[in-house]
Ligand binder design. Structure first.
Ligand code: C2E
Ligand code: MG
Ligand code: MG
Ligand code: MG
Length: 284
């Protein structure tokens, strides 16, 4: 009896594995077709300048509307896009959309705070040899203000490829674009290394912000991160701000920018237009 149970379990495990790899394969096939089928859409989440309470920029966040599975999170398909190399094409498309959009918004709403556009780049993208050409071509094609483009990279990308990437980052800055370190505090970044990279903005991961109000330790950590960033000539964006209390603390700590559901969720172009029109009206 024990043996048949064992067999049964083995079979279930095997079937699971099989189903899993089939599902993955299917998703991979779908991902390959998604661009031409126009299933991707870039959403935009506002970034708020805390002192003036004005929108000072947006982060471009990719969405995949799968024909049968509905909306699939980037946390699920970006790693797959990385593994398959599709990230190069997809990333290029996102960059083009984001640059086109910020150009339009800047022209339409000149009274607003100069808007930056933040775009996430994954490790593979930063390591691809023609990245700089790709960015240059996109900037020229879209006629977007290069100083308003901000590229986000994570700590692990920095730390795992410090030597290779350092030169690329310097070139990006020399060309006039900006750089942010994303999800700060979740990786294993060596603090002694941070000053070697030419970064403009440090984004504190939302895991620190969500517990900010309830924990003295987290308050101390956030305060220390902000001081560190300022000492290294970086400004700070807090991610995942959801309550007025968190916002008040961050303002007191002289954190420059904030992003989170308290202000707005990532939105499609149409909804973002409405938000900007409203901001524009109140600024007049
Ligand atoms: P991220 O770059 O750290 O982006 C911030 C994430 O936090 C977004 O998740 C956003 O929707 C979410 N968020 C913002 N405010 C709040 C809040 O107040 N509360 C909570 N709970 N969440 C909040 P999203 O859009 O699901 O993206 C997840 C990750 O996928 C991004 O994290 C980024 O690493 C990656 N990603 C998204 N778009 C792209 C892309 O175009 N290219 C690349 N390479 N990665 C992307
Ligand atoms: Mg980001
Ligand atoms: Mg982040
Ligand atoms: Mg994140």
């Amino acid at each position: 009896q024990a043996k048949s149970q064992g067999m049964g379990r083995y079979e279930i495990f095997n079937t699971n594995m099989h189903t899993k790899s089939l599902a993955r394969l299917q998703l991979e096939t779908d991902l390959r077709r998604s661009l031409e089928r126009q299933e991707f859409e870039v959403y935009y989440q506002p970034i708020i300048h805390l002192e003036s309470q004005q929108i000072c920029g947006f982060e471009a966040l990719l969405r995949w509307q799968h024909p049968t599975r509905g909306m699939i999170s980037p946390l699920e398909f970006i790693p797959l896009a990385e593994e398959t190399g599709l990230i190069t094409t997809i990333g290029c498309w996102v960059l083009y959309q984001a640059c086109t959009q910020v150009k339009i918004w800047q022209a339409e709403f000149p009274q607003l705070y100069p808007l930056t556009m933040s775009v996430n780049l994954s490790a593979k993208q930063f390591l691809q040899p023609n990245l700089l050409d790709q960015i240059e071509q996109t900037i020229i094609a879209t006629n977007c203000e290069r100083t308003h483009l901000k590229l986000e990279l994570t700590e692990s990308v920095l730390m795992n490829n410090a030597v290779t990437i350092s030169q690329t980052l310097t070139q990006i800055r020399q060309l006039g674009m900006q750089l942010s370190i994303d999800d700060f505090g979740t990786g294993y970044s060596s603090l002694s290394y941070l000053h070697r990279f030419p970064l403009n903005t440090l984004k504190i991961d939302r895991s620190f912000i969500s517990t900010l109000a309830g924990s003295n330790e987290h308050l101390a950590i956030v305060q220390t991160i902000i001081t560190l960033a300022h000492n290294l000539n970086m400004d700070v964006t807090a991610e995942g701000v959801e309550t007025p209390e968190q916002m008040a603390i961050l303002r007191e700590l002289k954190c420059e920018q904030a992003q989170g559901y308290l202000f707005a969720k990532p939105m499609n172009v149409k909804d973002t237009n409405l938000l900007l029109e409203h901001a524009h009206q109140t600024a007049l």
